[in-house]
Design a protein around this ligand. Structure first.
Ligand code: SAH
Ligand code: SF4
Length: 356
């Protein structure tokens, strides 16, 4: 059993099954997640017999680092091997008063948003809880300083709400005072709008929520974010409002990727005000980050400023995300890892390119 992926409740069950006291869970959480210990022999407050037993029935394993790159602006990207066929990426973004880790939840993604490199890789599998929390465990070990990661965003590869059980167990570890002790407001799940997952997250482990909106109407959103055909805007907004009843913040963050000539006109901005009137929200504009073979262009700076201004004049809080780490393909939407595509989408994608 790999103990790194067990949250407090699962670890207590593990000890119960081995006829041990439940409070051992708390001790072991400390050792694994706060002290970064992987060797049971060094867990000095456990009885020697227990340490020896653990060494035979359990292990503490994080994903293996196969790439480690630092961008000019200090953004750091790790490529993590999760099995013989797949590797995923995690990105650390240092800022003045905080350090944010961007965590992956799946090897690839089935949802195939038009502008996303991960989507173009196809999909292989869900990450386990151990593989998800292992990214935070590794970052804390590899980075300088005490508790270098102050914020976590589930914005790496994959759609977290399509791997919700494993994601929720990982979130619980992030929040647990015996493990990482992050506040709910400092942990953000980003979704392209998987409504049943939003409701489950709200009921089981509400954290800050970001929703990838990217279009102000169903016609355009159907094209850019195909999951919209299943969960259209009206239902998405209702789900956001349900989520807010339990959320740690009183707004959702709408992410909006700025694609030149596609979703960035004044008219689109005005349409967005109509959506914003129906749910408490803030906007985060993301300049599109290109990747090999991407078919979109980034809106120009002046266009983004004008777009933001219309939203602001309409009374909204708007931020424009600073592009970080794009020289090492670590920026939003550029994470591709190394995914053994089982949807055969990457082959189709190459074919399309040949025909074009
Ligand atoms: N699957 C989740 C979380 C991962 S993506 C989701 O879609 O929300 C994190 C954010 O990056 C999302 O808002 C996503 O739409 C955005 N994104 C994807 N590709 C991008 C690109 N090429 N440039 C800029 N942002 C992108
Ligand atoms: Fe998947 Fe998110 Fe990329 Fe869409 S933007 S393909 S949901 S990872």
């Amino acid at each position: 059993m790999n103990l790194i992926g067990l949250d407090a409740a699962a670890l207590e069950r593990f000890f119960a099954e081995h006829d041990e006291k439940p409070f051992r869970a708390r001790q072991v959480l400390h050792w694994i997640h706060q002290r970064g210990e992987t060797d049971f022999a060094r867990m000095s407050d456990l009885a020697k017999a227990l340490r020896e037993k653990l060494a035979t029935v359990a292990r503490i394993d994080a994903p293996v680092i196969v790439g480690d790159t630092t961008a000019e602006d200090g953004t750091r990207k790790w490529l993590l091997k999760v099995d013989d066929a797949n590797a995923v990426e995690a990105v650390f973004i240092p800022e003045v008063n905080r350090g944010t880790l961007c965590v992956s939840s799946q090897a690839g993604c089935v949802l195939d948003c038009a502008f996303c490199s991960t989507g173009k890789q196809g999909f292989n599998r869900n990450l386990s809880t151990a593989e998800i929390i292992g990214q935070l465990w590794l970052a804390n070990r590899l980075l300088e300083g005490e508790r270098p990661v102050s914020n976590v965003v589930m914005m790496g590869m994959g759609e977290p709400l399509l791997n919700l059980d494993n994601v929720i167990a990982a979130l619980r570890l992030m929040l647990d005072d015996n493990a990482y002790g992050l506040s709910r407001r400092r942990v953000t799940v980003s979704t392209s709008g998987v409504i049943p997952g939003m409701d489950q997250l709200r009921d089981e482990c509400p954290v800050a929520l970001a929703v990838s909106l990217h279009a102000p109407n169903d016609e355009l959103r159907d094209r850019l974010v195909p999951v919209n055909r299943k969960y259209p805007l009206r239902a998405l907004i209702a789900a956001c409002n349900r989520y807010l009843e339990r959320a740690p913040r009183d707004f959702v963050t709408f992410e909006y990727v700025m694609l030149e000539g596609v979703n960035d006109s004044d008219q689109h901005a005005r349409e967005l005000l109509g959506i914003a009137a129906r749910v408490r929200c803030k906007f985060n504009l993301i300049p599109f980050n290109p990747f090999p073979r991407s078919e979109f262009r980034r809106s120009e700076g002046e266009r983004i400023r004008r777009f933001a201004e219309i939203l602001q004049r309409g009374g909204l809080t708007v931020t424009t995300r600073k592009t970080r780490g794009d020289d090492i393909a670590a920026a939003c939407g550029q994470l591709a890892g190394d995914v053994a595509d089982r949807t055969r989408r990457s082959a189709l994608y190459r074919l399309k390119e040949v025909r074009a």
